[in-house]
Ligand binder design. Sequence first.
Ligand SMILES: [Zn+2]
Ligand SMILES: [Zn+2]
Length: 156
Amino acid sequence: MSRQRPQYPCASCGKACNKDAIECSACQLWVHRECVPMDKNMMREWDAPGLDFLCRACSFTSDPDPVTYDFAAACKRLQDAANSPSLQYVLSAEHLLLRTYEVKLPPIVASSYPGSTDPQAREILQKFQPVILNPSLCPRRWKLLISSFVKRLLRN
Ligand SMILES: [Zn+2]
Ligand SMILES: [Zn+2]
């Protein structure tokens, strides 16, 4: 992924992104690292192959009151990747997104999920929580867990 596209305005501050910026894989806008904001170590983690970064606008709910991480959209992304060879990258990216935006997953109480009104999404996230919060679990383990959740969801 090239980071040298100075003609592109930052999705956050609007100034040209000519260095130290990252591209959102959804809206294709670039964002300065400091506008995300994230530190250089986090930026290096995003440099890993196969990881699709999402800007704040593309990963949070558009409802301004309150703006919360869009867990339902995260579930959808994972669901869409469930049977794809890229699932482990999608899972890694989802985990990194939560860390980048310092999103705390809500407690395991369905009624307390602020980011989603979709009961299925809530259910998946409840199952996800111990997994997605534990980066030491290997991608293979993630893949198995996520696949089984998604299959179960599709059966319902
Ligand atoms: Zn900026
Ligand atoms: Zn975006």
